[in-house]
Design a protein around this ligand. Structure first.
Ligand code: HEC
Length: 145
């Protein structure tokens, strides 16, 4: 049983790593899409379109943290163009800043998740953490509209 679980875990890990390697553009877009979806959940809770739920709030921050942690390797030099990417060349011109922003985003999202105890703390935390989104998109992502 343990062996099977281990093999399954290794296969799952290998497959993710392989997808990331063979199609980093699709992989990073999927992470960012998850950010967008979770950001919408956050907005719906803030606007009372969906009841506040602590687990859902924590999931928002966990998703952001995961994206910030996994994204840095998904911008290799050979992924500047193609795959319908909206990533701007500025990323590769200042990779250190870009990577630092992802790290900051991940660590702030983690701290925000830990600091979120109720609706009021969620409001404060989500407002702060979401500044990272626009701040980075402004410099590093093509305007979509
Ligand atoms: C450090 C930079 C950075 C941060 C922080 C960041 N993004 Fe992004 N985001 C990008 C880049 C670069 C792209 C374009 C990726 C591509 O097309 O290859 C992108 C793309 C997206 C997309 C489009 C995905 C798609 O389907 O093509 C969404 C939605 C998105 N981001 C949401 C968010 C949200 C919400 C946050 C904050 C909670 C966030 N991002 C934080 C850099 C960032």
């Amino acid at each position: 049983m343990i062996r099977t679980a281990l093999v399954v875990a290794m296969l799952a890990f290998g497959a993710t790593a392989l997808v990331a390697q063979s199609d980093p553009i699709a992989a990073r877009k999927a992470l960012m899409k998850a950010n967008g979806d979770q950001s919408k959940v956050a907005t719906d809770m803030l606007e009372a379109k969906q009841p506040f739920n602590l687990d859902a709030a924590k999931k928002v921050f966990a998703t952001f943290a995961e994206a910030g942690e996994k994204a840095p390797v998904l911008f290799p030099d050979n992924s500047k163009t193609g795959g319908d990417t909206a990533a701007l060349p500025t990323i590769w011109e200042d990779k250190a800043d870009f990577t630092a922003r992802l790290a900051k985003f991940a660590s702030e999202a983690k701290a925000a998740g830990a600091a979120t105890k109720d609706f009021d703390s969620f409001k404060v935390q989500i407002t702060e953490v979401r500044k990272n989104c626009g701040g980075c998109h402004q410099t590093y992502r093509k305007k979509t509209s």
